[in-house]
Design a protein around this ligand. Structure first.
Ligand SMILES: Nc1nc2c(ncn2[C@@H]2O[C@H](COP(=O)(O)OP(=O)(O)O)[C@@H](O)[C@H]2O)c(=O)[nH]1
Ligand SMILES: [Mg+2]
Length: 340
């Protein structure tokens, strides 16, 4: 018999890692169990600093995040990492490699403790999440996983994305602090501009600063920020994202990245944007759920006898597609309330 969700949750709140891992699997699968969990944890979440990290593959995100969380754990924080992989099992191997690498980080004094259980409790919790097996995809699973980490006491919760696609930009822009990692020699600043990262970034990291060209990246970025400042693009937040130079592989600059993230959180608190970001996050999660519900309802309608009849009428020049879709939409949206 499987343990009950609220038992698993109670154990996870005490700091036990296995029950948390099992709850994250429930989140990944989605469905009624995930919904039950969502309702159970909602009131406990909302205090953690949510940090999103994005940037091209190979820019050093995992190295940076690994370094950051082991430093944080060593100084008594309780960080968690959610590595988001929007693609198929194809890249699962790479993510698994990331996870192992992060888990192998020394983890500071706690991990060196003779008491392995204590050490484990203090080690950063790292979990990768892919879309496979979850009908609603990452749009549903990621916000719930983040709330779960938050509710059981992890802080900060760092979301690391694989690349810089639309899914990643969405994920990261729903964080409290959006970190964009760039590197020299990849045309990253131009790419970032195209992907719309300039607007969502709260903090830029120029990683691999040990390589030639890092200073050029910083200068390009600075110029682009000047331009967006002049066109008023950043005036909505009133915050010019700082640019931090780092060499994550050598542990250089990661503490500056953390300081900049903390400073940004301070800005959010001071301007009450922390609350509006959290509300935006909730709104995004609700929207994703509504959209998913509509998709399921549309699928069911297409499969129904009525739906098939409407659709088949377009095959005989009887009904234009726009009229057919309007009729189906009316059916979908004007369904009478089910009597209790
Ligand atoms: N020279 C240099 N290499 C780095 C640095 N940070 C990461 N790397 C290397 O860049 C490669 C990609 O790093 P990874 O963290 O997996 O990048 P991710 O795909 O963005 O997560 C690895 O071989 C790292 O060792 C750095 O600061 N300097
Ligand atoms: Mg990575």
């Amino acid at each position: 018999m499987t343990a009950n969700i609220s038992d698993l949750y109670a154990q996870a709140r005490k700091g036990e890692r296995r029950p948390l891992g099992r709850l994250l699997s429930i989140v990944e699968r989605g469905g009624p169990d995930a919904d039950e969990l969502s309702a159970l944890i909602h009131a406990d979440a909302g205090s953690a600093h949510i940090i999103g990290v994005t940037g091209s593959p190979g820019s050093g995100k995992s190295t940076l995040v690994g370094q950051l969380v082991s430093d944080l754990a060593a100084s008594g924080n309780k960080p968690a990492v959610l590595a988001v992989d929007p693609s198929s099992p194809l890249t699962g191997g790479a993510i698994l490699g990331d996870r192992v690498r992060i888990d192998r980080e020394p983890g500071g004094a706690a991990a060196r403790s003779a008491d392995r259980t204590t050490a484990q409790k203090h080690a950063p919790f790292v979990r990768s999440m892919a879309t496979r097996g979850h009908s609603g995809g990452l749009a549903l699973a990621v916000p719930l996983a983040v709330r779960l980490f938050d509710a059981v006491g992890y802080d900060p919760v760092i979301i690391e994305t694989v690349g810089v696609g639309q899914v990643e930009v969405d994920v990261v822009s729903a964080a409290d602090t959006a970190v964009v990692v760039m590197t020299p020699g990849m045309g990253d600043s131009v790419q970032a501009n195209k992907a719309g990262l300039l607007e969502v970034a709260d903090l830029f990291v120029v990683n691999k600063a040990d390589r030639p060209g890092a200073e050029d990246v910083r200068r390009d970025l600075d110029l682009m920020l000047d331009l967006s400042h002049m066109t008023g693009q950043e005036s909505s937040t009133g915050y010019r994202p700082p640019i931090v130079m780092a060499s994550a592989l050598h542990g250089d600059g990661t503490s500056n990245v953390w300081q900049a993230a903390v400073a940004h959180r301070g800005h959010l608190d001071a301007t009450e944007q922390r609350v509006s970001r959290r509300n935006y996050r909730l709104q995004t999660e609700i929207r994703a759920r509504v959209e998913h519900g509509l998709l399921l309802a549309a699928d069911a309608l297409f499969e129904s006898a009525h739906g098939r009849t409407v659709i088949s009428r377009t095959e005989h020049a009887d009904l234009a597609p726009n009229d057919a879709s309007q009729e189906l939409l009316n059916l979908l949206l004007n369904q009478p309330e089910e009597s209790p």
